[in-house]
Write a protein that binds this ligand. Structure first.
Ligand code: GLY
Length: 367
């Protein structure tokens, strides 16, 4: 039985329909028709995902009489580039996609960010539908309208808020997700729980074995809880005001984005970098925000239980700090950190002493 969430954003007429529907990929065409009314789409798909699920997506589009062309994108963060964005525009141009058409993103966070940004910019904005196929995208990046590409200077530096008109969350697609990607997605579930919802955090602790093993029913429940929570936060603060509630969702991301950049977007998955960032944020929260040490221990134990990385690779602290200089939450040239005084109660970002930050990064494994 599909469950629908209808999201509204104060101050503009855009709406998003998020449909949680196991097996829903087979009904993609009807969903695209209902949400966009488009008779033509450009499908931007992760190449690996396309090999598994592209045929079903196209069959469904055909069944709804929606003309389509497909652009296949190599897997991995390095596809979130200006060159790949230009290839998306070229695909739209080759298909003569008009403003009455739409873009459909089939894949994980990389494809969603890239295709969403292509939709934000093609003809100054066309509608788009997300079909997130990774746990990370289903629980986090597909909802909320953040679209972007990475630049040499840093992650997500060029982008737009462009809400998808529809997000089709089919939890059965997670069956083909490699275990490492599943674990990485769980890091974002832990993040939203530790930042915003102590009850969800306790639920994750109780179901850690099933989550780690990829139990489909438990994963589907985790997706639904995380999506509902994220929808609430995003509707309250769509554009992430400097002191708004959406900033809490960046818990762990200051370190994570810097680490990914220093590593050249290779080696670590985004969710793995987030897990390491959460460990640093918890340490800083104990030292600077009054988080009880036992709560940090619970967070570390849960991340361990889920098989997420424990120590930063031996990158230089100074390299991380230099990468953080491009963090989007900085103000007056200073990086602002999201901390949490209690599990589930992250506060607005604040500036920290650099000696404290250096010490926490070193404690987590940086040199
Ligand atoms: N991934 C954090 C956000 O969407 O705000």
């Amino acid at each position: 039985m599909p469950r629908d969430l209808r999201l509204r954003y104060p101050g503009h007429p855009q709406r998003s329909l998020v449909r949680l529907t196991p097996g829903g990929l087979a009904r993609l065409g009807a969903f695209v028709h209902a949400t966009t009314g488009a008779g033509q789409v450009v499908l931007i798909a992760d190449r690996r995902v396309d090999a598994l699920h592209g045929a079903a997506a196209r069959r469904s589009l055909r069944g709804a009489a929606i003309a389509h062309t497909t652009l296949r994108v190599p897997p991995g963060e390095r596809s979130k580039s200006a060159a790949m964005l230009a290839r998306c525009w070229d695909a739209c141009a080759a298909a003569a996609l008009g403003r009455d058409g739409a873009i459909v993103a089939l894949g994980g966070g990389v494809v969603g960010d890239l295709a969403g940004f292509a939709a934000a910019t093609w003809l100054r904005g066309v509608p788009w539908v997300g079909v997130p196929t990774t746990l990370l995208a289903q629980v986090d990046s597909a909802v909320g309208g953040k679209t972007a590409i990475d630049l040499a200077a840093g992650k997500n530096l060029a982008g737009a808020f462009h809400q998808p008109v529809g997000v089709l969350v089919d939890s059965t697609l997670l069956a083909t997700l490699p275990a490492r990607h599943r674990r990485a997605g769980l890091a974002e579930v832990v993040k939203i729980a530790f930042a915003c919802d102590a009850a969800l955090f306790a639920w994750c602790e109780r179901h850690a074995d099933a989550l780690a093993a990829g139990d489909p029913a438990v994963l589907a429940r985790a997706v639904e809880r995380a999506v509902r929570l994220k929808a609430r936060v995003v509707q309250a603060d769509e554009r992430e005001r400097p002191d708004g509630p959406r900033t809490a969702l960046n818990l762990g991301h200051t370190t994570a984005h810097a680490l990914e950049r220093v590593l050249g977007y290779r080696g670590l998955l985004h969710g793995e970098a987030v897990a390491l960032g959460l460990r640093v944020a918890a340490d800083l929260s104990v030292r600077a925000a009054g988080l009880a040490p036992e709560q940090r221990i619970r967070l570390e134990a849960l991340l361990d239980h889920l098989g997420l990385p424990v120590r930063l690779p031996p990158v230089r602290v100074e390299a991380l700090l230099a990468a953080m200089a491009h963090d989007k939450k900085r103000a007056s040239g200073r990086v602002r950190w999201v901390l949490t005084p209690h599990g589930g109660a992250a506060t607005v970002p604040r500036v920290l002493e650099s000696a404290l930050v250096r010490s926490a990064l070193r404690g987590a494994g940086a040199r």
